[in-house]
Design a protein around this ligand. Structure first.
Ligand code: HEM
Length: 162
């Protein structure tokens, strides 16, 4: 029989870890949703390339800074929950799927930050808006990929859990 105080301790840790987990993916996935579906189309209609490209570059720089934080918290809280459940052997298959897809999302994010986003900032610093537009188009597809994966994880986890 498991001690009641131990059970309460596990439950309160689960509450904290789960809250951090949900906050992290809301910031990451929700942020990508707004950038992709709201900000980018409005900026394309209203702004000229020499205004739109620096705007998108600065928005993405600020957003990726928040994603670093969310990403770290997401992994820490996910691993914390797994440990509270007693390790990988005790978690449902959907958690394995979540970790696999989250690993892909993490590498895609790292690629975004260290390749096209860096090149976008450089092109804007050089006032080379033609190249900047090319890098932003690549970033658009990368965000679409990670947004789709993030939404897919949220859907499969909730279907599998309930
Ligand atoms: C962007 C990536 C991720 C998304 C969108 C995501 C999404 C979710 C969602 C929607 C839940 C259910 C929350 C609830 O019902 O309260 C959840 C739970 C969980 N996640 Fe993630 N997650 C991600 C990454 C990760 C990672 C990297 C790990 C492991 C290191 C992880 C481990 C877990 C665990 C262990 C649970 C609890 C499952 C359960 O209660 O049965 N997740 N996640």
């Amino acid at each position: 029989m498991i001690d009641l105080s131990v059970l309460l301790e596990i439950k309160s840790q689960l509450a904290i870890a789960n809250t951090l987990h949900v906050l992290s993916f809301v910031i990451w996935v929700g942020g990508m949703f707004v950038v992709y579906n709201v900000l980018r189309p409005v900026a394309t209609v209203l702004l000229k390339p020499n205004q739109r490209l620096p705007l998108m570059s600065q928005v993405l720089s600020r957003f990726t800074a928040w994603v670093w934080l969310a990403l770290i918290l997401l992994w820490i809280s996910g691993i914390w929950i797994i440990l509270l459940y007693g390790g990988m052997a005790n978690v449902q298959p959907y958690v394995h799927a979540m970790m696999l897809l989250a690993t892909i999302m993490t590498f895609v994010f790292l690629y975004l930050v260290f390749a096209p986003l860096r090149s976008l900032k450089q092109a804007i610093a050089n006032k080379d808006f033609k190249s900047a537009a090319k890098f932003l188009a690549r970033i658009r597809w990368i965000i679409f990929t990670n947004l789709s994966l993030g939404l897919f994880i949220i859907i499969i986890v909730n279907i599998a859990k309930y």
